[in-house]
Write a protein that binds this ligand. Structure first.
Ligand code: ASP
Ligand code: MG
Length: 418
């Protein structure tokens, strides 16, 4: 017997037929003698629809009332799933965020979970009752309903799993696991059996959106074993082939061959800025990035050349595309203090990242990347690295070619189907 949290995303909850399928899968896990809590999303598209109403009601809507409206989508699906389970003779009840309660803090519409009352929940689960919990919602200190930010029900699920000390948090979604790279780009992308929290965080934050990034960070902090799997497989099938997200120790102990690179992520949401002929003196760079930071603009890759004889240097960096216009305005407004010559911007760039904990103990990962891209005539416009990641900025048009050749170069290609 195990204690398992199951989470179903919007596509899995879209309509009664799918909810019946979800209920069948829950029943199967209950029938095996497990204690189960289920966290659900709103039906696919429902949250967008509710957000639309808020905007129509008032462009400057009150975030506390926004939460009242958008949390409703999950209230509907949690009630429907509990009903459907009961109709299948599985004892179940819904627990809304304010009933448990899941206590949240900070701001409406992007609240953070602070604590979790679990007594009643654990008691119910121990009696064999399935607890159905709407994802995405909690309760503020003043008793008002709060939501966790878009995609927040993944975070709810991990928080429930941590709070009830679940053996596993199974996240059912519309993909059947985490892949070495986007299978739409590389047909020979492989599904991973296991990946570490850190790798998953790097892959999630550089644009492979299987889980909300916050949920992975929380899983890592609380050591929750997360499994990503497909909700469209046969609900009574035994060995579900998903991807397990775990700590590095567990992967080392698994006897799995240590792969140097785990995955390749593509991010097309960045834009490049070149600030030319900045005076090369202490404080030069600070005068550029200070004002951007004050405006909460997240600068990612940064390069500055050394300038032995010129006393001036070019500084290149990337910002989110959606912040490019604001960044340019801010830099122009600070032109006198920064003292630059020109601003050059480019949105047709893509950031490619190779990620793997294996690179901690192996040299040559970056060299392979640069050589492989050079052999195809792909120019690298910026580079950044962390302990387990090497990222390069390239021309957007060359993304697919670059991902494909790197996928092959690092030995990630699946065997061709027989
Ligand atoms: N329904 C919410 C959203 O669409 C939360 C979630 O599904 O994760 O953002
Ligand atoms: Mg989601």
């Amino acid at each position: 017997m195990a204690r398992i949290v199951m989470k179903f995303g919007g596509t899995s909850m879209a309509g009664m037929e799918r909810i019946r399928n979800v209920a069948a899968r829950v029943k199967h896990v209950v029938d095996q003698g497990n204690e189960v809590a289920v966290v659900v999303s709103a039906m696919a598209g429902e949250t967008d629809r509710l957000v639309g109403f808020c905007k129509e009601a008032s462009p400057l809507y009150d975030p506390a009332e926004y939460d009242v409206v958008v949390a409703a989508g999950e209230q509907v699906t949690s009630g429907l799933l509990a009903m459907t389970l009961k109709a299948m003779d599985v004892d179940a009840r819904s627990w809304l965020g304010w009933q448990l309660p899941i206590r949240t803090v900070e701001a409406h519409a992007k609240a953070r979970i602070e604590s979790f009352e679990t007594q009643a929940l654990i008691a119910a689960m121990a009696r064999g009752q399935v607890a159905v919990i709407p994802g995405f919602q909690g309760m503020m200190e003043d008793g008002r309903i709060a939501t966790l930010g878009r995609g927040g029900s993944d975070t709810s699920a991990v928080a429930v799993a941590a709070a009830v000390k679940a053996d596993r948090c199974d996240i059912y979604t519309d993909v059947d696991g985490v892949y070495t790279t986007d299978p739409r780009i590389v047909s020979r992308a492989r599904k991973l059996d296991m990946i570490t929290y850190e790798e998953m965080l790097e892959l999630a934050s550089v644009g492979s959106k299987v889980l909300q990034t916050r949920s992975v960070a929380l899983a890592m902090k609380e050591k929750v074993r997360v499994q990503v799997l497909s909700s469209f497989d046969d609900p009574t099938q035994e060995d579900l082939p998903g991807t397990l997200i775990v700590g590095e120790e567990e992967i080392e102990g698994s006897g799995m061959e240590n792969q140097l690179i785990t995955g390749i992520a593509v991010d097309k949401n960045e834009a490049k800025v070149i600030v030319t002929r900045v005076p090369d003196r202490p404080g030069g760079v600070a005068s550029i990035f200070g004002p951007l930071a004050e405006a909460s603009i997240n600068v990612d890759m940064i390069i500055q050349n050394d300038s032995k004889d010129r006393e001036e240097t070019d500084v290149t960096f990337t910002v989110p595309r959606s912040d490019l216009a604001r960044s340019v305005d801010i830099l122009e407004a600070n032109k006198a203090t920064i003292g630059f010559n020109r601003l050059i911007t480019d949105v047709e760039v893509a950031k490619l990242s190779v990620v793997g904990v294996g690179m901690r103990s192996h040299a040559g990962v970056a060299a392979t990347m640069f050589r492989t891209l050079a052999d195809r005539g792909i120019n690298i416009e910026a580079i950044s690295t962390s302990e387990i990641k090497v990222s390069v900025l390239i021309d957007e048009d060359e993304t697919e070619l670059a991902v494909r050749v790197l996928h092959t170069a690092y030995g990630l290609d699946a065997e061709p189907a027989a």
